[in-house]
Design a protein around this ligand. Structure first.
Ligand code: CA
Ligand code: CA
Ligand code: CA
Length: 345
């Protein structure tokens, strides 16, 4: 009996162990089955019918939804569905309107690189029907503007003219301002440049800047874009150019001059000559000896402190334009499905 009892106990142990192993095996299986796997549903070279302004990517994804399901995918990451700056070719990361999902004629096209809004919604339905979640890369922190978004901004003008509350605040990003004398008649114009919030004790290479000016809009699609890189002969400022009869003649519309504020009291003056009426647009960019990947610290402040002309002083007429003319109207948002809960409480 004793032997038999031991055998029974060993048999019981065997079955308990077996059940435990089966439990472990099954629980592993169930953990594996619960793991979600997401597919990156795009790359930056997805095909697009540029000539017909026809994106085909949403349709392509919709057509692969069953295949994706069978492969075990439970989620798909899509590119930004919004209309972007360069229209039909844009990968979507230079968003110009978060609320245009391929259903408005903007940036030269109704559809985005990936397709129309209807095609987008069809793709989402196809994925959902197969249990695949769709994650749109909405990049709500991206917005890309260009000259079409420029507007006069008197508050920025006052802020910059007041040198960011006398240096107690951060400078407005220098290269995010277009200074404009609108409808300037033919004649000579003298622009004075001053600094604010600059490291005065540092080497003067830390106080470099570029002045770009245009008054003929050579490229109507992008009139304020300097042609990079600057090629020889380089245009460099020549001191003394401190006003009161001292100035540098600006080379030509669409060119650039590299300069620096020698000491923090340095003023630089440039003369622009118009032979016919035009808007004069000036962009200043901060430059330093070391700029990360070509991006210099634009919180080094430079500003146009004075404009004189043959007709007299024009400093008050000088406009400070910023890239802020973006309309996010509440009632428009409420009609869109993207953000109603956020904006329409
Ligand atoms: Ca399409
Ligand atoms: Ca200088
Ligand atoms: Ca000077």
């Amino acid at each position: 009996m004793k032997i038999l009892k031991i055998k029974v106990m060993e048999k019981q142990k065997f079955y308990v162990g077996l059940i435990f192993l089966i439990f472990l095996f099954c629980s592993n299986i169930s953990v594996l089955a619960q793991n979600d796997v997401m597919m990156q549903g795009f790359n930056f070279n997805v095909p697009v019918d540029e000539a017909n302004r026809n994106g085909t990517w949403w349709d392509n994804l919709a057509g692969k939804s069953q295949e994706l399901k069978e492969a075990g995918f439970t989620g798909i990451w899509t590119p930004p569905p919004s209309k972007a700056l360069t229209g039909i070719l844009d990968t979507g990361y230079s968003i110009s309107s978060h609320f245009d999902l391929g259903n408005y004629n903007q940036r030269g096209t109704v559809e985005t690189r990936y397709g129309s809004r209807a095609e987008l919604e069809n793709m989402v339905r196809a994925m959902h029907a197969r249990g695949i979640e769709v994650y749109a890369d909405t990049i709500l922190h991206h917005i890309t503007t260009d000259y079409r978004s420029l507007e006069p901004n008197p508050i920025v003008k006052a802020y910059v003219s007041g040198e960011a509350n006398n240096g107690t605040r951060t400078a407005y990003p220098t290269n995010q301002i277009v200074w404009r004398v609108p409808n300037a008649p033919p004649g000579d114009y003298y622009f004075q440049i001053k600094r604010y919030n600059l490291p005065c004790a540092a080497n003067s290479s830390e106080r470099g800047y570029e002045i770009y000016a245009t008054w003929t809009s050579p490229n109507p699609d992008y009139p304020f874009d300097p042609t990079y890189p600057q090629t020889q002969p380089f245009n460099l400022e020549s001191e003394p150019n401190n006003g009161n009869g001292q100035f540098n003649a600006f080379p030509a519309s669409g060119s650039r001059v590299w300069a620096n504020i020698g000491q923090c009291g340095d003023v630089d003056e440039y003369k622009i000559t118009l032979t016919r009426q035009a808007d004069i647009n000036v962009i200043l960019s901060a430059m330093q000896s070391e700029c990360y990947m070509g991006y210099c610290d634009q919180t080094r402040g430079y500003r146009i402190s004075r404009v004189n002309s043959s007709q007299g002083e024009l400093t008050n007429a000088l406009q400070t334009l910023t890239y802020t003319h973006i309309n996010y109207k509440k009632d428009f948002l409420c009609r869109e499905y993207l953000c109603p809960k956020v904006f329409c409480k």
